[in-house]
Design a binder for this molecule. Structure first.
Ligand code: TA6
Length: 306
């Protein structure tokens, strides 16, 4: 187990995590942003654009951006809120017991609003984020958001872990677990539709918010013969996004061909905002794991280990 704080790109601070099997992750204090998750063979499992800018206030393109206190443009704030554009701190008082005899390694980060933040979002909060790698290379992000308003006021927010998965070829990728669900189609002014397919495949731009999605979602990469498994708690919805060629060209921090090698599957609380009274705390947990095959069809009856 190893936890080390070092200088990352452009002198931004990052924390390196390594578990007892050699699996690793790295998280920048800028944005509380996980930018790498590697298996025991050192294979990178998250997508990070070759053109990602590590220059505040621009969000890092790839990895796992944190969307808080607003997902997308579902409110008055900048798209996806401001948590991913802020420098977080190491949390020296995480107020939670370490996972008992875990073989993993973890870091606790904390974000509190600045005076500037309070001008655009007039609420006090403490956002604690634990990033843990292991056991067995599972990457777990646990967000705990507490309302610390002194004035007795509640607040509401929407949230997502905007995870970019690295895939060999988007045309060989299937997302399973979202069949028959209703979704809001961002390409049709968020029109509500119902998923008809027996899996999601990609032949063009796709940008959908699946509602009340199951706890487990699988992303099958046939070319690499591996499956990512997303397990989410406290996060009812799931966004699936690939920008395809036109949108790829329109993003200055994204390579024109990079859409072929990534897919976003984002666990979130989007359709129904989370509302907290003062001193109430919400928890949203994301667990990512990798299965060495693509035979997970059917009811996604995954090994209990997950
Ligand atoms: O999660 C999908 C999405 O909302 C897309 O509509 C697209 O805007 C993507 O997020 C990236 O957003 P960003 O602000 O990071 O460029």
């Amino acid at each position: 187990m190893a936890v080390e704080q070092v200088k990352g790109l452009n002198g931004l601070e990052k924390v390196l995590l390594k578990d007892s099997t050699g699996c690793s992750a790295e998280v920048y204090l800028y944005g509380g942003h996980v930018t790498s998750w590697k298996n025991e063979k050192g294979e990178e499992l998250l997508f990070l654009s070759n053109k990602a800018l590590f220059e505040p206030p621009k969000a890092i393109r790839g990895g796992i951006p944190i969307c808080f206190p607003q997902f997308s443009n579902l409110g008055p704030l900048v798209a996806h809120g401001f948590a991913r554009n802020r420098i977080w701190s190491i949390d020296t008082d995480p107020q939670i017991a370490p996972t008992p005899n875990s073989s993993g390694s973890f870091v606790d980060l904390i974000l509190k609003p600045s005076e500037e933040d309070s001008k655009i979002w007039p609420h006090s909060f403490e956002y604690r984020l634990r990033v843990e790698v292991g056991p067995g290379g599972i990457l777990t992000l646990t967000s705990r958001i507490r309302n610390t308003n002194p004035d007795g006021k509640s607040f509401s927010f929407t949230f997502a872990y905007h995870t970019y998965f690295s895939v060999s070829d988007i045309s060989e990728v299937r997302v399973e677990g979202l069949e028959t669900l209703d979704y809001l189609d961002n390409l049709q002014e968020r029109k509500r539709l119902t998923e008809q397919g027996d899996a999601i495949t990609f032949e063009g731009e796709l940008d959908r918010i699946y509602l009340q999605a199951p706890r487990k979602i699988a992303i099958l990469d046939h070319e690499k013969n591996r499956t990512f498994v997303v397990i989410k708690d406290g996060l009812p919805d799931a966004v699936v996004w690939n920008p395809w060629d036109k949108k790829a060209k329109a993003m200055s921090d994204f390579g024109d061909e990079e859409y072929k090698h990534m897919v976003c599957v984002e666990a979130g609380a989007i359709e129904d905002p989370v509302t907290l009274k003062p001193s109430e705390e919400w928890t949203g947990r994301l667990q990512l794991s990798l299965l060495p095959n693509t035979h997970v069809g059917g009811s996604l009856d995954l090994p209990n280990a997950l």
